[in-house]
Design a protein around this ligand. Structure first.
Ligand code: FRU
Length: 504
């Protein structure tokens, strides 16, 4: 039997392991340029996004020892502008019987500011007699998030209510009225991998320590997957939004409901539902209130192996790292109770070397959009729908002859398609699609390209797609506009090279 080590020791050990991986990760040709990554090692979900004492804090699922998922820790970084991040010491490491297992660890959760203390609520995962055991735990920080101590009376919630499976995780804590509330993802019946029913549970507490089960606020009903990972509940535009990532729900990665939250009776009354992103690589969204009133979303820019069309995590793990966060998004409710997403305005500060052209007619002859950087850029289009005769507009991205990723706006069928079948020689694949509302005379489209990712915001932020691609070289660059037939009237076409924020 190995002697138990303290949490502090385990954090130091993790920091040392990560440090030894950094030179290898730095040399990787796959590093992103303006997306958040760990300095080395694996990342997945954002955990505990919070604006606190003048800075945005991002905690995240992290394996500091390799570019692959194992024994989860919480990494930690801070930023004044959501773009330039300073890496801080690892916040949480597996260290106790309830959270110390190579296939478990300190799973996802959230952080709340409780007076002087920052409270991290997380799922501890361990394995006992070949069964996973997930419990909700607390760790607190008295120094603004630099170091955390695990609560001596953990676990706070030692088991899910009767009738539910052992899939019981990802507590998101919010303050409402005089109480703290926690939403937790769960699976009724068989569990995530055995046909269970995804749902979201509600707990309440006066002090973040004593928790009372209140009920199931929403459930799949056979339509939305077997387990709801990373639920979040936040006010938006005078209503409430409930978001989650359902397992085994076709190609859905991030679902939202908009409606009323009845805390008394633990019920969410949905008025509308939709998907925050349809690109396939956008998962485990967590909201954060900005000091200026905006609601921001952070998400992991990736997906899991049980998702349809999943082809792996790309080549980065061989270089001792893997994963990044999607660009921070700012969300609003529109007049039809739909959530619209835009990249946080801060991203405009990355724009360099603008190229703009107004009044352009795009036809079947590919129009190359000039840009000072063929890989890290933003492309923005404003399309006059009323003067457009073409049924389809193709935007070929990161292309070089045969290889390219094709975004197609199909005006006649009101759909947007992202085709990766020729993106990168087979590392990724498949066609993703999403509806376009097209309710106005013009339509906007913004595309962000970084080393291994594309993010698309279209139609007033109602249609978003985030997808990873791995074109081998910078020669796979450039953007081309074309139609099959007829013309597309562009009110404006702009491109910018985007400045790097990553300092490695
Ligand atoms: C979602 C998730 C969570 C879990 C974490 C483990 O991506 O599966 O449900 O807490 O990742 O790393």
């Amino acid at each position: 039997m190995e002697a138990m080590t303290t949490h502090e020791e385990r954090v130091l050990k993790a920091m040392k392991a990560r440090k030894s991986l950094i030179p290898q990760a730095r040399r990787s040709r796959w590093r992103q340029r303006f997306h958040f990554m760990a300095p080395a090692g694996w990342i997945n979900d954002p955990n505990g996004c919070i604006y606190h004492e003048g800075r945005y804090h991002l905690f995240y699922q992290h394996n500091p020892c390799a570019g692959r998922w194992a024994a989860m820790h919480w990494g930690h970084a801070v930023s004044a502008d959501l773009l330039h991040w300073e890496h801080l010491p690892i916040a949480l490491a597996p260290s106790e019987t309830y959270d110390d297992h190579p296939e478990g660890g300190v799973f996802s959760g959230s952080v709340a500011a409780n007076g002087e203390e920052l409270a991290a609520l997380y799922t501890a995962t361990t394995k006992i007699a070949a069964r996973f055991v997930q419990t909700q735990c607390l760790a607190t920080s008295a120094d603004g998030g630099l170091t955390f101590r695990k609560y001596e009376a953990n676990p706070l919630i030692p088991a899910p209510p009767p009738g539910t499976s052992s899939d019981f995780r990802d507590p998101k804590v919010i303050r409402h009225g005089n109480l703290w509330y926690m939403v937790v993802g769960a699976s009724l019946g068989g569990g995530a991998h055995a046909g269970g029913e995804g749902c979201c549970m509600l707990y309440a507490s006066p002090d973040l320590r004593r928790w009372e089960y209140r009920g199931i606020i929403a459930r799949s009903g056979g339509k939305l997957g077997t387990m709801w990972e990373c639920p979040d509940l936040f006010p938006l535009g005078g209503q409430w939004a409930l978001t989650f990532s359902p397992m085994f729900s076709g190609d859905k990665t991030t679902v939202y409901f908009v409606g009323d939250m009845d805390f008394e009776n633990a019920r969410f009354h949905s008025r509308n539902s939709g998907e925050l992103d349809r690109g396939g690589d956008y998962y485990a969204v967590q909201s954060m209130a900005a000091p200026d009133g905006r609601t921001l979303l952070m998400a992991w820019q990736n997906g899991w192996d049980w998702m349809p069309g999943w082809k792996g995590f790309g080549p980065a793990p061989q270089d001792g790292w893997c994963g990044n966060m999607a660009l921070p998004r700012s969300v609003r409710l529109d007049g039809k109770n739909r959530i619209t997403s835009q990249p946080a305005d801060e991203t405009r500060s990355l724009r360099r070397d603008e190229w703009t052209h107004s009044s352009l007619a795009v036809d079947a002859v590919p129009f190359p959009v000039p840009c000072a950087d063929p890989v890290c850029f933003e492309l923005a289009l404003e399309i006059d729908i009323t003067r457009t005769s073409a049924r389809r507009l193709h935007v070929d991205l990161r292309g070089n002859g045969e290889q390219r990723t094709r975004l197609t706006l199909n005006f006649s069928e009101k759909r947007m398609l992202l085709n990766r079948t020729r993106a990168d020689g087979g590392i990724t694949d498949g066609i993703r699609d999403c509806p376009l509302a097209l309710e106005t005379n013009s339509m906007d489209l913004r595309i962000f390209s970084d080393t291994t990712s594309l993010e698309v915001f279209a139609d007033g932020g109602k249609a978003c797609m985030s997808a990873n691609i791995y074109p081998a070289d910078r020669e796979f660059g450039g953007s081309f506009l074309s139609t099959d037939d007829g013309t597309v009237a562009m009110l404006r076409v702009s491109s910018w090279r985007l400045a790097a924020t990553v300092n490695d």
